[in-house]
Design a protein around this ligand. Structure first.
Ligand SMILES: Nc1ncnc2c1ncn2[C@@H]1O[C@H](COP(=O)(O)OP(=O)(O)OP(=O)(O)O)[C@@H](O)[C@H]1O
Length: 286
């Protein structure tokens, strides 16, 4: 079990300059939650999200489920702070991230790891991909020292990189070129890259869509490992069985609105909303 990650929690982030040296300080802190408060968002004239509120707590997996096109990716892009919501707030540790000065928002964003549907690895080795997030979090002095050190021979992968790759079952491919990986392997490396900096929050948007059972199982196992380390894991999926297998709580999004959320067993076995019942029974087809 890991108690926390370097860098201070969100409420304590006001003391940070920009968070860029957080990984080297060794300071530990308790993890923080991520919340959506009354989020509404759209594109042009079309509303996609309408007043969505949900929270993902440290040490839990929240599944956000709903049919294709219902707004899950839009929601996760807002939670990842890629763009500002039209209305409502994204809160980390109780702060509305868009009320924070830009440097602090950047520091907060660095504590959110994410892997989205699209293939996103760099054209380099698996190790370089996974260590990328660590490198950008270190101060220049450490980066220069390591670069100079690297001139005198190849270092072993840092423990954090090895740990992250082991978590997704990809340590044996540490030296492989990322371009040579299968889609499932690439997705596992993308998740390792998100995990390596030991984030507070992990956002996974359809991480196993189109993957075979072996890769799916490896990714689900990594989600559980992240949860057991105290990370708040949010998973967007249209795979109801996956939500049931891995999540502690489930939020159902329909037509851009969260129509039900609660413990996964309750949502699946005795939903309050009849549309949710039909959806979990596979009777509501879109
Ligand atoms: N950048 C954009 N510009 C215009 N419309 C968009 C944009 N992004 C998403 N949309 C629209 O918003 C709606 C919700 O899309 P979103 O990708 O969030 O749904 P989803 O639930 O993640 O679907 P899927 O499971 O198929 O990925 C869709 O109608 C989509 O076409």
């Amino acid at each position: 079990m890991t108690a926390g990650i370097p860098g201070g929690d969100a409420s304590g982030a006001s003391g940070e300059s920009d968070g860029s040296d957080s990984a080297s300080t060794g300071a530990r802190h308790s993890r923080t939650r991520l919340a959506a408060r009354d989020l509404s968002h759209g594109f042009g004239d079309g509303a996609v999200l309408d007043g969505v509120s949900l929270t993902v707590e440290p040490g839990e997996i929240l599944a956000v489920v709903g049919p294709s096109g219902t707004g899950k990716t839009t929601l996760f892009r807002l939670l990842a702070m890629f763009e500002r919501p039209d209305e409502g707030a994204v809160e980390v540790g109780g702060d509305d991230v868009w009320d924070l000065p830009e440097a602090r928002r950047l520091a907060v964003r660095r504590r959110v790891g994410m892997a989205f549907q699209t293939r996103s690895l760099f054209s380099t080795t698996v190790e370089e991909n996974v260590s990328y997030g660590l490198r950008v979090r270190r101060p220049w002095s450490v980066r220069v020292r390591d670069a100079v050190g690297g001139l005198f021979g190849r270092d072993e992968p840092a423990d954090t990189v090895s740990d992250a790759l082991r978590t997704v079952g990809m340590f044996d491919k540490v030296d492989r070129d990322a371009g040579s990986l299968s889609a499932g392997e690439a997705q596992r490396v993308a998740i390792a890259r998100a995990l390596a900096p030991d984030p507070d929050v992990l956002l996974l948007d359809e991480p196993t869509s189109n993957l075979d059972p072996r890769n799916t199982a490896a990714i689900e196992s990594a989600m559980r490992a992240a949860r057991d380390r105290g990370i708040a894991v949010a998973l967007a999926t249209h795979d109801m069985q996956q939500a049931r297998r891995v999540s502690d709580r489930t939020a159902v999004i329909l037509g851009g609105t969260c129509i039900e959320s609660g413990p996964t067993d309750a949502v699946f076995e005795s939903p309050d909303d009849d549309r949710v019942r039909q959806f979990v029974e596979g009777k509501l087809v879109y």
